[in-house]
Design a protein around this ligand. Structure first.
Ligand code: SF4
Length: 252
């Protein structure tokens, strides 16, 4: 997999997303149809604020493909928190909010967990720092699988064998809400993956306009499990090392 070198932030991805939403809503050919979004989700806390915003405009399927997570127990726990979140937000079924806007119909797809898929791409990058090359490969792997799933659904619909109504208009990821992750890198990878698959990648920078702060508030409101490491064993070890160093410094 290709390494993508970080570059200075050149685009306002939040503004690009706003424009796409606005132009869809104004397009008479859409006849009021809501676009369908395949949204790669990394965890419930990050998904909370993204769903809070996006389910007003999109019919959403959350795609929980995260082979980077170090253990099956951790993976299962994050999946169950995600399902609990959409149920408790009341968006697992269609409903109107207090302003009469349509919300909901959010579903979750969880491909089989196989951590070996991640270890394969991370080989040789075990010591990379967080936000480095290993992370870029990890983002790409997750977005690739999301676009592949979108392709599968489209092909099934076009061949008349699948449920045509679930063909997606866009894919994107909740990962851009994290202050630890570069929206520029994620969007560049997403655009490349989208071009390769002939699918539309939706640009985003969900941390903007208080998005990250909102995810903290919603995590508190729904008492969500907030892991203190990104997902892989390397991020877990880095977090533990930081903790030990802090303790050693405090005890001096
Ligand atoms: S730190 Fe996070 S983004 Fe980076 S490789 Fe590990 S799980 Fe993936």
């Amino acid at each position: 997999m290709e390494y993508i070198k970080p570059e200075p932030n050149t685009k306002n991805y939040k503004m690009l997303l706003d424009r796409i939403i606005e132009s869809w809503q104004k397009d008479p050919e859409k006849k009021g149809r809501r676009p369908k979004l395949l949204l790669h989700s990394c965890c419930a806390p990050c998904s909370s604020a993204v769903l809070d915003r996006m389910c007003r405009y999109f019919d959403i399927t959350l795609f929980y493909y995260n082979p980077n997570i170090s253990t099956k127990t951790e993976f299962d726990h994050r999946v169950s928190e995600l399902k609990r979140l959409i149920h408790e937000m009341g968006i697992d079924k269609e409903r109107m909010d207090e302003d009469g806007a349509l919300l909901g119909n959010v579903s979750v797809v969880v491909p089989e967990y196989d951590h070996r898929e991640f270890l394969e791409i991370a080989k040789g990058h075990e010591k990379d720092p967080e936000r480095g090359e290993r992370c870029h490969l990890c983002y790409r792997q997750r977005l690739e699988k999301t676009a592949e799933y979108m392709d599968t659904i489209r092909e099934a619909a076009e061949s008349g064998k699948g449920a045509g109504e679930t063909t997606y208009d866009y894919f994107c990821t909740t990962l851009t809400i994290s202050p630890m992750k570069s929206a520029e890198i994620l969007n560049r990878i997403g655009e490349e993956v989208g071009t390769d698959h002939g699918e539309a990648f939706l640009p985003s920078d969900f941390k903007k306009n208080g998005g990250y702060q909102k995810s903290i508030e919603l995590s508190r409101e729904y008492d969500l499990y907030r892991q203190d490491f990104c997902g892989c064993e390397f991020s877990k070890a880095a977090r533990e090392k930081e903790r030990e160093e802090r303790m050693a410094f405090r005890d001096k």
